[in-house]
Design a protein around this ligand. Structure first.
Ligand SMILES: [Zn+2]
Ligand SMILES: [Zn+2]
Length: 246
């Protein structure tokens, strides 16, 4: 088995709260500099920066996971991760058809721009990306699993936009693949706090909104090779694969 350093929750300049320096180019440069092997591109309610980041990361031997940090109808953030372009396009269609058409106010929320590999702006997204979709957490979970993706409720220990803040607990019938914990909680405390969850598997990520945060609070994936199937096994902690966090 080999060890791969992963950061599966990174925002880009497309997220209104993402720093303007968070271009795919800068993200890949920083990921390489801090020794990341796997990065997840997870903007709020958008998967659009996945492909350009993948193109840039391939040159550095870094694996890119497509994804989005979706806001559910209940205002719960969930990481939805995918392997390939077909799944990404399908899931983007699901987001587009469920995103309320509320115009972004750039002076309040910030810009939502799509850029190319040379950091040139291609498009500015009009609809505010941080609103809750017209889909419940269970509907989103079903869609992600129908597409064979990974469904990971985000920063479950946080007092904002999490299972804990919105529902007060992690429902026993929610079909998650793992649970993300923030940098603010120790593993020991997480094990105590969420001891009522059967087979809880935790991952850590940076939830980076600026360049400096990339690679902080990492997870190490113990797996055979650098590919999606192995990553899935590690997150599901099966077949000798696992996620190592401290
Ligand atoms: Zn979040
Ligand atoms: Zn986030």
């Amino acid at each position: 088995m080999n060890l791969y350093k992963a950061d599966l929750h990174i925002h880009t300049v497309l997220s209104p709260c993402g720093d303007l320096s968070m271009s795919p180019l800068n993200i890949v440069e920083k990921a390489a500099a801090v020794g990341l092997n796997i990065i997840g591109i997870t903007d709020h309610n958008s998967t659009l920066h996945g492909p350009v980041t993948k193109k840039l990361a391939e040159k550095k031997g870094i694996m890119v996971v497509y994804g989005a940090e979706v806001t559910t109808k209940e205002d719960i953030h969930c990481l939805c991760l995918f392997e390939n372009e077909e799944q990404r396009i399908n899931f983007q269609g699901f987001i587009d058809s469920n995103l309320p058409k509320i115009k972004n106010k750039t002076s309040i929320f910030g810009h939502q721009v799509v850029v190319n590999e040379n950091e040139e702006i291609l498009e500015e997204i009009e609809s505010l990306l941080i609103t809750g979709l017209n889909a419940s957490i269970d509907e989103i979970e079903r869609k992600v699993h129908e597409l064979d993706g990974l469904f990971i409720p985000a920063h479950i220990d946080r007092q904002k936009y999490s299972l804990t803040s919105q529902l007060g607990f992690v429902p026993s019938d929610l079909k998650f693949d793992a649970l993300e914990i923030s940098r603010n909680i120790s593993l020991e405390k997480a094990n105590q706090t969420f001891s009522y969850i059967k087979n809880a598997r935790f991952i850590r990520t940076s939830d980076a909104h600026n360049i400096e945060q990339i690679g902080s609070n990492p997870s190490t994936m113990k797996m055979e090779k650098l590919n999606w199937n192995e990553l899935k096994l590690a997150i599901l902690e099966t077949c000798g694969r696992e996620v190592l966090i401290s």
